[in-house]
Write a protein that binds this ligand. Structure first.
Ligand SMILES: [Mg+2]
Length: 306
């Protein structure tokens, strides 16, 4: 099977305006509507996409959940994958070697909020790869050491730091996320809590990872880069594509570049937002938020399904 994306390469995307926070290097491809395959900004990314289209049966596609399949909302419990994204996953999963969702959420939460039990064959890696769900079966390790201590001490740590009203803790079972999105000044609230949370993480053997108006305490050794490389496996994938939107996705984008350095084609796709700065320069393609991701996945499925 051969799919030639060349006709699209002629499109001029230079008039796509910058969005605040995206950095100077990449522009959102706003043409990623249904059926339109966007063109990665880098030669390596174009090669990665071409390799995926050329040999989809050995390709790995992994996507983050929040901000990538599901729009960011004030209450994370209300986040849901866009129906268009679920539809695209249903079309795409049978056409590629491995279709995966890779999230910091518990795997079962992503399955529920993403309606992923409606996507036969999809693999869901939760807790940054510590959990694996596939075909209704969940494999999960015991909770990390130190987390119970951190959970017990966290309320006092927040009180001592005079955490502003609106600060709240999301217990992810294997991680504790401290959100400031609902505070009057979310960024200032996050800054106020940064040092105390780093200290608590250090004292309990956890890592404090920043994200979109959140700092998450989680076990070391779990990150999306490690998880992506494990998913890619030792034997050759035709291509490894990863889509994400946040700082926690950085290790996965880095893994794509590292795999490419070993001769493994691949591409990194950013679900662009005004909230996260700098990521756009680390990827091959920026699409316009979860709608853009759904459009991209749907376009790939449409090309492969022809
Ligand atoms: Mg995300």
């Amino acid at each position: 099977m051969s799919h030639d994306p060349a006709p699209h390469d002629m499109r001029d995307t230079s008039d796509n305006g910058p969005r605040s926070g995206l950095g100077a290097g990449r522009r959102i491809d706003r043409d990623a509507g249904p059926g339109r395959l966007p063109v990665p900004a880098t030669a390596e990314g174009r090669a990665g996409l071409a390799a995926l289209l050329e040999d989809p049966g050995r390709a790995l596609i992994a996507v983050d959940f929040d901000g990538t399949l599901a729009p960011i909302v004030p209450d994370p419990a209300q986040a849901r994958a866009l129906p268009a994204a679920v539809a695209a996953l249903r079309s795409l999963t049978p056409l590629v070697g491995t279709m995966a969702v890779l999230t910091g959420r518990p795997a079962l939460t992503a399955v529920e909020y993403g309606s992923l039990d409606q996507v036969p064959g999809i693999v869901v890696l939760g807790h940054y790869g510590r959990q694996r769900w596939h075909d209704g079966e969940l494999v999960t390790p015991p909770p990390p050491e130190g987390l119970a201590v951190a959970r017990e001490r966290l309320p006092a740590v927040l009180a001592d730091a005079a955490a502003p009203d609106g600060t709240w803790v999301e217990d992810k079972t294997d991680a504790l996320a401290v959100h400031t999105r609902r505070a009057a000044d979310p960024a200032a609230a996050l800054e106020r809590l940064r040092a105390p949370l780093l200290r608590l993480a250090a004292e309990t053997g956890l890592r404090a990872e920043p994200g979109r108006l959140v700092i998450e305490l989680r076990p070391p050794g779990a990150d999306k880069g490690i998880a992506l490389v494990e998913l890619a496996g030792a034997d050759g994938r035709s291509s490894v594509m990863f889509c994400g939107d946040d700082l926690g996705d950085r290790p996965a984008f880095s893994a794509v570049r590292q795999l490419r350095a070993t001769g493994q084609p691949g591409l990194g796709v950013c679900s662009g937002s005004a909230e996260v700065a700098g990521l756009a320069d680390e990827v091959d393609l920026v699409v316009d938020g979860p709608e853009g991701v759904a459009g991209l996945l749907g376009a790939i499925a449409a090309v492969l399904g022809r």
